[in-house]
Design a protein around this ligand. Structure first.
Ligand SMILES: O=C(CO)COP(=O)(O)O
Length: 244
């Protein structure tokens, strides 16, 4: 059985005080959450320790948004996997399009980060996805297959999550049609050698579209940006309803 994972990606939002405020508004909603889903909050580095402490004993797991491939060294501004593990972090987002676009991450560094995360027992959430230009040029499949091919070399697929995040759908309100997301996620799955990798959809996931997204047979969860910052909205997403 594939695991369902609903993860929030807070990006560069929330101080420690704001993170605690969020928990006060969010955790009560989890009483009604079915057991079949894993809940993750991927927060800025500065909030990770606070979140771990305050989520201890809850069912919410803590995730980071980046990890360096060396355990330690002269790499100003970077964070290593052992540092994250010490803070109680279980998941880490790797290869988000914002890291690839603004901070120079390439398929080579994404691959190094994935392997370092796994070496230290972290579960990476690998993000792949095409730009609008690539989609319009009918390159979507080739782009994604190319990313998977390079990013996953030497990666243990049994300890991995993948997020399909079409870049044109991120933060735009322009969600990918759920059938189309399902088709691409099916394509991703067909390229894996371990078929039970949880594959999420990400890009303008909101309370109003989560039920439809999760009704798709290939989609195993969501990676949620903006809506994960609002306790009621993220709670509604986590508590998505199974449409029969
Ligand atoms: O980038 C995303 C999650 O990693 C998606 O962001 P939005 O949900 O704000 O579109």
């Amino acid at each position: 059985m594939r695991k369902v994972i609903i993860a929030g990606n807070w990006k560069m939002y929330k101080t420690q005080a704001e993170a605690l405020d969020f928990l006060r508004g969010f955790l009560d909603h989890l009483n009604e959450t079915p057991d079949d889903r894993e809940i993750v909050i991927c927060a800025p580095f500065t909030a990770l320790g606070t979140l771990s402490k305050n989520l201890h004993g809850s069912r919410v797991r803590v995730g980071a948004q980046n990890v360096h491939w060396e355990d330690a060294g002269a790499f100003t501004g970077e964070i290593s996997a052992p540092m994250l593990v010490e803070l109680g972090v279980r998941y880490v987002v790797v290869g988000h399009s914002e890291r690839r676009q603004y901070f120079g991450d390439t398929d080579v560094t994404v691959n190094l980060r994935l392997r370092a995360a796994q070496t230290h027992g972290l579960i990476p959430i690998l993000c792949v996805g095409e730009t609008k230009q690539q989609r319009d040029a009918n390159e979507t499949e080739a782009v994604i297959i190319g990313q998977l091919d390079k990013d996953l070399r030497g990666v243990d697929q049994e300890r991995l999550v993948i997020a399909y995040e079409p870049i044109w759908a991120i933060g735009t309100g322009d969600t990918c049609e759920s059938e189309e997301a399902n088709r691409i996620i099916g394509l991703i799955r067909s390229k894996l050698n371990y078929p039970d990798v949880p594959i999420q959809y990400g890009g303008s996931v909101k309370p109003g579209n989560i039920d439809e997204i999760m009704a798709q047979p290939e989609i195993d969860g969501a990676l949620v940006g903006g809506a994960s910052l609002i306790p009621n909205d993220f709670a509604r997403i986590v508590n998505y309803k199974t449409v029969v």
